[in-house]
Ligand binder design. Structure first.
Ligand code: SF4
Length: 493
């Protein structure tokens, strides 16, 4: 379903969040799948985090490391380029999605290959790499189980860690039966929807790809500036196969993933598995430093991607979002995500982190149809994401910050002030004057009582109905506190 227009962080054919969420909420099957999955991961995460007495200190350490690294990102990136080049790798700098896609395509073409295997990577989804490669006549095979389900189902990912979280096992069996044969080894006859059978079908299908691929494309969870080491953590072993068997390895990594030293990495390797899958450690943690003759890929390229990140870095509040380690804990605790699912966010980055990262990467101003501008409002501001985040990103603060930016940008782009802006201006004038406020309170109380039935106000008139349609609106008391104070207390003092 990914189209050329969907390239980049957002899917341009997606409606705004409120519209998409309304549709998603009608899908009972989706809500059921999400509730089951997020509840399970949530409970596992709480248990795994609870085992560490110094969990809060680890979170604080992670926050401090990310803050320090972000402040000196320029220095660490140059250091990474030097150490990685000295170890036999090649670094490429990409300002945006088009740039990165071009670099990767040229590198693959230079090998003479037309097929590549891929390790799960949000960054390559962000730039729409698979679609770009397909247009260049190169087929990319996703090897992570959930990514495979998404690819075979001609679908889109809906979760950072479990991209096919919106699918249940019966749907997955049907997808395997219908599509596996088109991409390589077909699904076994009489495939059941037992998870073991499904995993075995995927294993057989993918083994063929691992053993024949000469080129692999991956993302990266981190890179160490000190030594030029790059790393990927994963659970299935597909990453290990892609990172070690092919002759050429191309890694696309956002510039924010760099860490100064191995000692810094230690903190994240404790936080990431516990926060993402609720495990004490990742089943597979692969690290490599350049190339080694006769062992693993003989050619290694690292594409460092900006794509809006330096713009985000310039915002001293917004830059917090660059500390994200893509664990998905914030998605699993978010009441909004649990009900709407990831597709409603219209971006490769769904959930709370998507609501603050996507608008910053693509910008919220200019085009009033910009669906990304609706994302900062896709939250109840309950704060569960902040509590769960292993790097203590203050997502509620970021949401409020971005909401202000959206409002400001809308205001600046209008020639005539909106009704809301006029209303706010009038409210400011009234609130600024005690006499006007007292008068407005009297008029408001009279009007409210005229509209009330059984002690409640039904539907407010005009645009105010948007408020009363989703809330109980109580009738204001007959007398305001200020007038009560004047009559009962002022004289007494
Ligand atoms: S914002 Fe925090 S909780 Fe959410 S994915 Fe990123 S690191 Fe994990």
């Amino acid at each position: 379903m990914n189209t050329p227009e969907s390239r980049g962080v957002v899917w341009l054919d997606s409606p705004s969040f409120p519209e998409a969420a309304r549709d998603a909420l009608k899908n009972a099957q989706l809500r059921g799948n999400l509730k089951r999955a997020t509840t399970t991961i949530r409970d596992k995460r709480l248990q795994a985090a609870g085992e560490l007495e110094d969990w809060e200190q680890l979170r604080e350490a992670a926050e401090a490391i990310k803050k320090r690294t972000t402040r000196h990102l320029d220095r660490y990136l140059v250091q990474l380029e030097e150490t990685l080049t000295a170890a036999g790798g090649t670094v490429h700098w990409a300002t945006g999605a088009a740039d990165a896609n071009r670099i990767v395509t040229e590198l693959i073409r230079a090998t003479g290959e037309r097929e590549v295997v891929k390790v799960k990577s949000m960054t390559t989804q962000e730039i729409g790499l698979n679609e770009h490669l397909a247009e260049a006549g190169i087929t990319a095979y996703e090897t992570d189980l959930a990514e495979l389900i998404v690819q075979l189902g001609d679908d889109r990912p809906s979760h950072i860690l479990v991209p096919a979280i919106h699918r249940n096992r019966t749907e997955i069996r049907d997808i395997f039966n219908a599509a596996m044969g088109r991409w390589g080894r077909p699904a076994p006859d009489r495939l059941t929807d037992d998870p073991r059978d499904l995993a075995e079908a995927a294993r057989l299908h993918l083994r063929e790809k691992f053993l024949t691929a000469k080129v692999a494309v991956s993302g990266a969870n981190f890179a160490i500036a000190d030594t030029g080491t790059v790393g990927v953590v994963e659970s299935e072993g597909n990453g290990r196969m892609c990172l070690t068997l092919p002759r050429t390895l191309i890694t696309v990594m956002g510039i924010e993933k760099v860490l100064p030293t191995w000692t810094d990495l230690e903190v994240f390797l404790q936080l990431l598995p516990r926060s993402s899958t609720g495990e004490r450690m990742n089943p597979y943690t692969s690290t490599w430093t350049g190339t080694t003759e006769g062992d693993g890929p003989q050619e290694f390229h690292l594409v460092l991607l900006d794509n809006g990140r330096t713009g985000t870095l310039a915002d001293t509040v917004g830059r917090q979002a660059l500390a994200c380690i893509r664990c998905s804990a914030c998605l699993n605790v978010c009441p909004v995500y649990e009900r709407t699912g990831g597709h409603a966010y219209g971006s490769v980055y769904p959930g709370p982190i998507g609501a603050v990262l996507t608008p910053q990467l693509v910008g919220v101003g200019g085009d009033t149809r910009n669906a990304a501008a609706t994302l900062p409002f896709a939250s109840t501001l309950c704060g569960a994401c902040y509590d769960a985040c292993p790097v203590r990103i203050n997502i509620p603060e970021l949401l409020a910050h971005l909401r202000a930016e959206v409002v400001e940008s809308k205001r600046a782009s209008r020639r005539v002030p909106s009704a809301e802006a006029l209303l706010m201006k009038a409210a400011a004038t009234v609130l600024d004057s005690p006499a006007l406020l007292a008068g407005a309170q009297k008029v408001g109380a009279l009007a409210a009582r005229a509209l009330s039935r059984d002690g409640r106000i039904g539907r407010l008139p005009g645009p105010l109905s948007g408020w009363s349609d989703t809330r109980d609106t109580p009738v204001p008391p007959a007398e305001s506190f200020r007038s009560w104070w004047r009559e009962n207390r002022e004289g007494a003092e």
